[in-house]
Design a protein around this ligand. Structure first.
Ligand SMILES: NC(=O)c1ccc[n+]([C@@H]2O[C@H](COP(=O)([O-])OP(=O)(O)OC[C@H]3O[C@@H](n4cnc5c(N)ncnc54)[C@H](O)[C@@H]3O)[C@@H](O)[C@H]2O)c1
Length: 252
């Protein structure tokens, strides 16, 4: 359903070849936005753009590895040159890894920090000057309930998501005077390739479901609905907020 008016807005979504990012890209496009679908694999992004086109929307597929600063800068320049503006940035790319900290390879720690946090920071850094010039923009960060409550042996992942909640609040106050809204969405457990292994394990799946008062895991559409709201002017007066979409996990 097209609830929000995003007609002709230009949106970039990171990590959008599948899962929550794909859901967000499809939703923004269904609401009228021109969506730049980005991820580490451009062919997969093109498949999402094909789905957008089949549904009557408009999109562009570009390779964007959020650990590669040069790649980030080039993609943002290219989008800005192609469309003349960038209205919406959805920082969705992220990885999940569990492990006791003392047993975790430092390279794994660096990778989680680089993708989940540094990548989000750099994508924002390069898009902000464009949004400042427009005196308009929406930056939406995908955090997690793991930014608020503990999640089984995943300290580094939780640290990145907690940092995203704080960064969202701080950056939002910095940018509000430029009419740039920075907000976040904190998903609960959502059925995507990221959670595929966890949910495939009956015992784990049952334990997770027990924590969700609403009685089901979430879908990428549940998250995309919240993102579409934050991307629209219906949320104009929301600054630095993290919207929890978790079926009630942290409300208990
Ligand atoms: N699935 C959940 O239960 C859940 C819960 C809370 C938060 N989240 C967050 O939602 C976001 C999306 O997760 P998902 O569940 O769709 O997972 P996913 O693994 O299906 O999708 C993540 C995407 O990020 C991309 N990605 C990985 N490294 C990248 C890089 N260096 N540059 C660009 N893209 C990269 C992947 O290719 C993939 O397409 C993540 O930030 C995740 O932490 C997910």
């Amino acid at each position: 359903m097209n609830r929000y008016d995003l007609k002709d807005k230009v949106a970039i979504v990171t990590g959008a070849r599948r899962g929550i990012g794909e859901g967000i890209a499809l939703k923004l496009a269904a609401n009228g936005a021109r969506v730049v679908v980005t991820d580490i694999d451009e062919n997969d992004c093109q498949k999402v753009v094909d789905k957008i086109a089949t549904a009557g929307g408009r999109g562009l597929a570009l390779k964007l590895d959020v650990t590669d600063e040069k790649n980030i800068k080039n993609v943002i320049d290219r989008v800005s040159e192609t469309y003349g503006r960038i209205d919406i940035l959805v920082n969705n790319a992220g990885i999940f890894a569990q492990g006791e900290l003392d047993k975790m390879e430092t390279s794994v720690i660096d990778r989680i920090l680089n993708i989940n946090l540094r990548g989000l920071i750099l994508c924002s850094k390069y898009v902000i000057p464009i949004m400042k010039k427009q005196n308009y923009g929406k930056i939406i960060n995908i955090a997690s309930i793991a930014g608020f409550v503990s999640f089984d042996i995943s300290s580094i992942y939780c640290a990145t998501k907690g940092a995203i909640v704080n960064l969202t609040r701080e950056l939002a106050t910095e940018l509000a005077r430029f009419k740039i809204n920075v907000n976040a969405v904190a998903p609960g457990v959502i059925e995507t390739p990221m959670t595929g292994n966890l949910l495939a394990n009956n015992e784990v799946s049952k334990a997770l479901l027990n924590k969700i008062p609403y009685g089901r895991v979430g879908t990428p559409q549940d998250i995309a609905n919240a993102v579409a709201f934050l991307a629209s002017d219906d949320s104009e007066y929301m600054i630095g907020h993290t919207l929890v979409v978790d079926g009630g996990w942290i409300a208990q």
